[in-house]
Design a protein around this ligand. Structure first.
Ligand SMILES: Nc1ncnc2c1ncn2[C@@H]1O[C@H](COP(=O)(O)OP(=O)(O)OP(=O)(O)O)[C@@H](O)[C@H]1O
Ligand SMILES: [Mg+2]
Length: 267
C-alpha cells in the first residue's frame, strides 16, 4: 500500500470566490492552457482562530508552472509552503482565488517511514493499480517502467523494510508514476535523508520528468543546493509569493538578501 504518495481525486479545488474562471478539465468541462500543469491565481487562505478572528496564512499568491518541469518552492519556516502545496493538492480549499492542477496529481509526504508499507517493492508500487482493472502483464509493465524511472529496477523483490529512507521515497514516487500521475507535489522529501539519499531522490524525480511533458513536479525544500536541479523556482515569505523565476534569478535574489542582512548586522 502506498500511503505516502496519495493519488488525489479529480476534483477542482476552486471555490465560489474564484478570481478567474478555472479552466475546465476533461471531467468538469474546463481546460488548462496546454503548456501549464499548475496555475494558481490570487490564492489566499485563512483559518478561524478560537476567538473567531480570521488568521491569514496565505495572502494573494499567484504562480504558474509549465508541464514537464521540476520547480522548487522555497522559503523560511512557517511562510506557508506546505499550506500552498496542500491547496494545489486539493487537500485544502483556498479562501479566495483559483487553482488549476492537471490530474491525476499525487502528494508525497516528508517522512520516508510513512511512505510504503506493503511487504515488497513490487507489491507496493502495484498496490494503487488495483482500481484500474488492468491485466497482470499491464500491471507488471507499469511497475517496471515506474521503477526504472526512479532507478529502482533492481529492487523489485526487495522487502520494503530493508530499504533506506531515500529508496522508500523513490518507491513512493514510483507508485505515483505507475498510476500515471501528471503532477507530483513533494513536501520536503529530503529532510530526513543523508546526503547521498537526498541526491538519489532528486535525481529520480528529475529522471522521471525527462524527455516528456507528461509529468510535472513541485518540490518544497529548504536546501538552496537543490536549486541546481530545478527548471524554475518560487520563493515565499510571510504567506506571500515574493519571487517566481529561474533558479539563477532566485539564487541571485537570495544571495543579495543574505549579503544585505549581513551588512546590516556588521554595521
Ligand atoms: N491548521 C492550522 N492552524 C493554525 N495555524 C496553522 C495551521 N496550518 C498552518 N498554520 C500556520 O501557518 C503558517 C504556515 O504553515 P506551513 O506549514 O504552510 O509553513 P511551511 O512554510 O511549510 O513551514 P515549514 O518550512 O516549517 O514546513 C505557520 O505559521 C503555521 O503555524
Ligand atoms: Mg512545511
Amino acid at each position: 500500500m502506498n500511503i505516502g504518495a496519495v493519488t488525489l481525486p479529480s476534483i477542482c479545488s476552486h471555490t465560489s470566490h474564484c478570481a478567474f474562471p478555472v479552466r475546465a478539465t476533461a471531467s468538469n468541462g474546463v481546460t488548462s492552457p496546454p503548456n501549464l500543469a499548475i496555475e494558481g491565481k490570487n490564492l489566499s487562505y485563512a483559518i478561524t482562530a478560537r476567538n473567531g478572528k480570521l488568521v491569514p496564512i496565505l495572502n494573494d499568491c499567484s504562480l504558474c508552472i509549465p508541464s514537464g518541469q521540476l520547480w522548487m518552492l522555497l522559503g523560511p519556516n512557517g511562510c506557508g509552503k506546505s499550506t500552498l502545496l496542500k491547496i494545489l493538492a486539493g487537500l485544502l480549499n483556498p479562501t479566495h482565488g483559483a487553482v488549476y492542477v492537471k490530474r491525476p496529481r499525487s502528494f508525497v509526504f516528508q517522512n520516508p517511514d510513512h511512505q510504503v508499507v506493503m511487504p515488497t517493492v513490487e507489491g507496493d508500487v502495484a498496490f494503487g493499480l488495483g482500481k484500474f482493472n488492468l491485466t497482470q502483464n499491464e500491471v507488471r509493465s507499469r511497475v517496471a517502467k515506474a521503477l526504472h524511472a526512479v532507478g529502482m529496477s533492481d529492487y523489485l523483490q526487495r522487502p520494503v523494510q530493508t530499504l533506506s529512507g531515500g529508496q522508500k521515497q523513490r518507491v513512493a514516487i514510483a507508485g505515483a508514476l505507475a498510476e500515471s500521475c501528471k503532477v507530483l507535489l513533494l513536501d520536503e522529501l529530503t529532510t530526513f535523508l543523508d546526503e547521498s539519499d537526498q541526491i538519489g531522490v532528486i535525481k529520480a524525480v528529475k529522471n522521471s520528468l525527462d524527455g516528456s511533458e507528461e509529468v510535472t513536479a513541485l518540490w518544497v525544500t529548504h536546501r538552496l543546493e537543490e536549486l541546481e536541479y530545478a527548471d524554475g523556482a518560487i520563493y515565499m515569505e510571510n504567506g506571500k509569493v515574493v519571487m517566481h523565476g529561474t533558479p539563477s534569478n532566485i539564487m541571485g535574489f537570495l544571495k543579495e538578501r543574505i549579503s544585505s542582512y549581513t551588512n546590516r548586522i556588521n554595521s
